[in-house]
Ligand binder design. Structure first.
Ligand SMILES: [Cu+2]
Length: 499
């Protein structure tokens, strides 16, 4: 049935919506309405269940998309439902948008909240006015209609609110969604790509609950995991190679992902798409805003067996977000400094056409090197001591200050220096970059891919190189910021013009 296979989306009309349900089965295509907005039931967790079936966000394909951000509720705890935000009727998170590289897409974003928001297309190389950063405010009740050509490589991207001083609270309520870009090079590879079956979206976050069962929107760490908005998730996956598109959508926590049995898996993609060759790993660190696409081999796991995806955050050194030992309080949580389950995988029989091997070659990217740079600049993370707001170069974000000016077509080396207090997750809009050096040692193989977000550990300097091409404006800036939304909201954000 076509609706289950993302691969069939290229022949679908605009704004086709499908929803894949729990056990790898499918898809109530009848949930599509004339507007292309699905009313698909995002599911409600059973607070008493040991495990809940992982929610798979519905897919929207085509070139014209309608998103509506609304307030909702979700039963996550015994007793009162939790107030949440979701797009297109989802009661947490939103649909997964599928774009084809080269397409001109139009998106209508309606803000049905009673507060302002923005919608940022994270990782996209697009004009600043289409970017959805803090400048493109969508007032309560208003609709914003950006359009742009999809220029990025096939990969896993996302959209999320980016309103200054509101990003943390709106993300914690659940506002956000994934974007999958497809292109001919990726499509030609023998990779799993049947969405919700052998190609699994995994949006990782955690929440702290108030006694009223409401999200604590001031908490930087949650006490309980939510994956795709599902508490204590389980997924049924076939006994074959399975692809996972993993996003760290946290406020601050980083993950050190791996499997309970220590099995090797393969990194195939970073923030900006496929890496050149698969990278064999047993652990993958993922900071806020970063994405990783991995392949894991379940072909030796019998139907009925259980595989656990975990985060191994026990014993990590101070600075690793979530490594702090406290189990409560401002910078503590019940998940801090311990190993915890992320996803319970219940293995089922292999599907027809199962992928049984990892391609030896994935892409032929040529990355920028330090020698390519035509200009260099250093951005230093500062503060006035522990507990005071983080700043870039001593300045908090000011909408009326342009912090950096970049010449159109410059190839720049940016060095982010962090000698203060804690790790950060640095994100820059407009470009995908190559990490060229770390003061703490060699750039690991799993960071040798296109990136838009990079961890900057305490005591380290990280350098990356990017080309700032195609989009110039004397008036509309792009953003760079820490993607830990508590840091970003307190002012660890700057803006740059490309002109
Ligand atoms: Cu930060």
């Amino acid at each position: 049935m076509c609706a289950v296979a993302v691969g069939c989306s290229s022949s679908s009309p605009a704004s086709t919506s499908t929803a894949v349900v729990d056990d790898g089965g499918l898809a109530d295509a009848s949930s599509t309405d004339a507007g292309g907005v699905s009313s698909g039931d995002p599911g409600t967790d059973d607070p008493a269940a040991s495990y809940n079936t992982l929610h798979i966000p519905e897919l929207l394909t085509g070139t014209s998309f309608n998103l509506t951000l609304s307030a909702s509720t979700k039963a996550l705890k015994s007793g009162a439902a939790t107030a949440t935000y979701g797009y297109n009727g989802a009661n947490f998170w939103g649909p997964t948008l599928v774009f084809n590289k080269g397409d001109d897409v139009q998106i209508s974003v309606k803000n049905a909240l009673s507060e302002d928001t923005t919608t940022h297309w994270h990782g996209f190389h697009i004009p600043a006015v289409m970017d959805g950063g803090p400048h493109q405010v969508i007032a309560a009740g208003a609709t914003w209609s950006p359009s742009f050509k999809v220029m990025n490589n096939a990969g896993t991207y996302w959209y999320h609110p980016h309103l200054h001083e509101s990003t943390q609270a709106q993300l914690i309520h659940g506002a956000g969604g994934l974007i999958i870009i497809r292109d001919p090079q990726e499509s030609a590879l023998a990779l799993p790509r049947t969405y919700g079956v052998d190609d699994l979206p995994l949006v990782l976050t955690s929440r702290r609950y108030l006694a009223s069962n409401q999200f604590d929107t001031t908490a930087v760490y949650g006490d309980e995991m939510l994956v795709n908005g599902t508490a204590r998730p389980k997924a049924t996956l076939p006994s074959q190679f399975v692809r996972m598109r993993i996003l760290n959508a946290e406020t601050e926590r980083a993950y050190n992902l791996g499997f309970a049995d220590g099995r090797t898996f393969f990194l195939i993609g970073t923030d900006g798409g496929l890496v050149n060759t698969p990278v064999a790993l047993t652990k993958k660190v993922l900071y806020v805003g970063e994405r990783a696409e991995i392949l894991v081999d379940l072909s030796h796991d019998a139907a009925g067996s259980v595989v656990l995806l975990k985060s191994f955050n026990n014993g990590l050194t101070f600075g690793f977000p979530g490594g702090e030992p406290a189990q409560s309080g401002n910078f503590g949580s019940q998940l801090n400094n311990k190993d915890f389950d992320v996803l319970r995988i219940e293995v089922s029989a292999a599907t027809a056409g199962a992928i049984t091997s990892v391609p030896a070659t994935l892409a032929s990217n040529t990355y920028w090197t330090a020698a390519d740079a035509t200009n260099a600049r250093t951005i230093t993370i500062t503060d006035n001591g522990p507990g005071t707001p983080f700043k870039f170069d001593g300045a908090s974000y000011d909408a009326n200050t342009v912090n950096q000016n970049v010449a159109l077509n410059a190839i720049e080396k940016w060095t982010i220096t962090n000698n203060r207090t804690f790790d950060h997750s640095f994100h820059i809009h407009d470009v995908q970059f190559a990490i060229v050096s770390r003061s703490g040692g060699a750039v690991p193989d799993d960071e040798k891919g296109w990136k838009d977000t990079v961890r900057v550990p305490l005591g380290e300097s990280v350098s990356f190189v990017a080309k700032f091409d195609d989009f110039a404006s004397a008036t509309n800036p792009f953003m760079y910021h820490c993607h830990m939304s508590n840091h970003e909201d307190e002012g660890l954000m700057g803006q740059f013009l490309v002109k």
